[in-house]
Design a protein around this ligand. Sequence first.
Ligand code: CA
Ligand code: CA
Length: 231
Amino acid sequence: MSKEEPPQMRSLLVTHESRVPTVVALLATVVMMSVAMVDFVGDLQATDEFTSGNPEWNLSFDTQNYTMQAVETLQDDEVRNLQFDLSEISIPEGFAIGSIDIVITSEEEGGVSVQCDSVAGDIIENDLTAQWNDPVSNLSGQDSSCMPIDLHLRVYPNYDGQSTTISAVNEFQALQPWTETGWGVGVLSVDLELDVNTPLGFVDPISQDTDEEITVDVTVIMFKANISLIE
Ligand SMILES: [Ca+2]
Ligand SMILES: [Ca+2]
């Protein structure tokens, strides 16, 4: 008895008498789904109109800089690590660390012949809370023409210091992206490497080049976001 049950149920669905109600049920389902889809798309359009109807705000940043400097004399082939503890910075009320700029300069001096040494600088990724993988962050540089090396680390998400116009429901929403805490906590670690270049076939009688004085200037940029309604 029970063995014959499945074929019987199948035949119920496809018998001539039951085919019409099945098709009607299917059609009804398709119609209901279409109605739901149109409704959903309508909602999306309404949301879009609502968003573009938000007031426009002018976003700008007050900035304050904190600078640190290290002057180091490196020997040929030396690698030296420098550390700058960001907790030493007293951050003004309402401000946050936005980004860090580093300029590494070396200047060959003395002797009758001057050939610039090769200097490399790297910001070493560590626990410092920052945008390490942001394409704007430039962590490595190298120079052998006595030109400064510029390095950059974006600390606060999307911070570029540029004024812009944004659309938001209210002032609170407009400021929301700029009120995060916890960025710029840690120690900035910078590696310097020196490779001395002495002019070929020439022995400088006054000063044999064996070292280089390298200056590292660190500028920590702190910001405070301002919002004003565009009337
Ligand atoms: Ca040199
Ligand atoms: Ca030198």
